[in-house]
Design a protein around this ligand. Structure first.
Ligand SMILES: *Cc1c(COP(=O)(O)O)cnc(C)c1O
Length: 463
């Protein structure tokens, strides 16, 4: 279905504006299983349920806006990734997508490893009992204090991001009398987003060390020469919300080439490569993500083929999905407030949250879907823009979508696929209180991150 197409079917205005939307679904009450978490369905009364609990009950008990996380779906996705990659590879969940102590426990139980990129994420991981050796520490500007904590906690790997950091981590490790396992993050000259990848000749970005000009080879030389470091491999992360494997193909080929150069120069075959995260999910019905087993097979085939060509032992592969695990497992529930029809344009539907609980639309022009979930409706579709309550005209949650024309204040609507980068990027703009994350499983709902209160706001304000 082509986007920007003029929608067919019923419409609330004679002329619909240009926009980035598809025709309305034939049945607005239908829930596309691609964008909703696995236990979501409608009950006999037409209300959306998750984990067997109807949204009206959830709204009453936990308030709105709120994120509802489908725990069994989260666990199933962890297992699917672990099973797809098998015992000869490692799956690291990228904690920045969403991290809480409950999530850390689920990951630990389901056998996944964990990426962290700050002292705060490291603290959460360790506090909830993730074994340190299953943690990888990332970031382009880790502080000395953060590196000290990671080294003394015994994290499984630190991903080195610059020449300065190679020396910094080596010194700290030596001071503590340990050899820290490390990888070097390289930039391979590929940037991948959604349906295309771009070859970038110049590495004009803050992450990693460029393969170009022999920079990465020089970083390897230095890391191998320092006693405090145990260089276990090379790391590459090429983008986000990627559907097309072609970017990974190029990235894997270049990383394997580097491993071959390292073997030729130093006589060592590094045992691991990490191909990063960035795998796409369905935010709307137009998105068709791949299953973990397809991704695992594609990556493993590429690496095996390239290693055979370079006469290298196939290294252990690791991947770092964040969005692909947690993204599809949660939706945000909002209550509809003001509804403002703009004749000939669209209807603005205001909700009780906005850019403070989902900044992705404003930040990345991200696309989302939305559905009326407290009831079904047979009313005709109307073109809406779902907006928040913040003092900012860019405060948009869903830019273009269709909701039933009989939508009324007090209705509950939900935006699916908000598990990744929504709560973790939430802000207090306009002194908004950040919403809770409620885990739902087998008929039970429990808060795993509570709603902020006005007391929380005032507690930080010590002036
Ligand atoms: C952000 C990030 C990830 C996770 O990306 P997703 O798009 O959530 O899969 C993995 N690895 C690194 C190094 C990252 O920076």
């Amino acid at each position: 279905m082509s986007r920007s197409a003029h929608p067919a079917g019923p419409r609330h205005a004679d002329v619909l504006p240009e926009g980035h939307y598809s025709a309305p679904a034939a049945d607005l009450n239908a829930l596309d299983e691609k964008v909703w978490s696995r236990t979501v369905t409608r009950d006999a009364d037409g209300a959306l349920t998750v984990g067997g609990i109807a949204v009206a009950r959830l709204a009453e008990e936990f308030g709105t806006p709120a994120y509802f996380l489908d725990e069994s779906d989260f666990r199933a996705r962890c297992r699917a990734w672990a099973d797809a990659f098998g015992p000869d590879a490692d799956v690291f969940y990228a904690g920045k997508a969403f991290l809480s102590r409950a999530v850390v426990r689920w990951l630990t139980e389901e056998g996944l490893n964990l990426d962290v990129c700050s002292g705060g994420e490291l603290t959460t991981a360790l506090d909830a009992g993730m074994p340190a050796e299953r943690i990888a520490f990332h970031g382009n500007n880790k502080t000395v204090a953060e590196i000290e904590r990671a080294v003394t906690a015994g994290v499984g790997r630190i991903v080195l991001d610059s020449f300065q950091e190679i020396v910094r981590v080596a010194h700290i490790a030596q001071r503590h009398g340990v050899r820290q396992r490390v990888q070097i993050r390289v930039t391979v000259g590929v940037e991948a987003h959604t349906h295309e990848f771009i070859a970038t000749a110049h590495e004009d970005q803050k992450f990693g060390i460029a393969l170009a000009d022999g920079q990465a080879a020089e970083a390897v030389r230095r890391a191998l020469s320092l006693d405090g470091l145990d260089l276990i491999g090379v790391h590459s992360h090429i983008g986000s919300q990627i559907f097309d494997m072609a970017g990974f193909e190029v990235s894997a080929r270049r990383v394997v080439q580097l491993l071959a150069e390292i073997r030729d120069e130093h006589g060592v075959e590094l045992p691991e490569i990490d191909l990063g995260g960035g795998l796409g999910i369905a935010y709307t019905s137009d998105d068709d993500p791949r299953e973990p087993h397809e991704i695992a097979k594609a990556l493993s085939d590429i690496v095996t083929r390239e290693c055979e060509a370079a006469k290298l032992r196939t290294p252990r592969i690791s991947v770092e999905p964040g969005r692909a695990i947690v993204g599809p497992t949660a939706f945000t529930l909002y209550e509809v407030g003001t509804i403002k029809p703009l004749e000939g344009l669209r209807t603005y539907v205001s909700v009780d949250g906005g850019m403070s609980d989902n900044i992705r639309t404003a930040l990345y022009d991200a696309e989302y879907s939305v559905a009326l979930v407290s009831r079904t409706s047979d009313a005709e579709p109307m073109l809406v823009r779902v907006v928040g309550k913040h003092c900012e005209s860019g405060d948009i949650v869903v830019k273009d979508a269709f909701l039933p024309a009989d939508l009324a204040p007090g209705d509950l609507i939900a935006v699916p696929a908000t598990g990744a980068y929504c709560r973790s990027m939430a802000s207090n703009y306009n002194h908004a209180l950040r919403p809770p994350v409620v885990a739902v499983r087998d008929g039970e709902a429990r808060v795993i991150v509570r709603r902020e209160t006005e007391e929380d706001l005032l507690r930080l304000d010590v002036g």
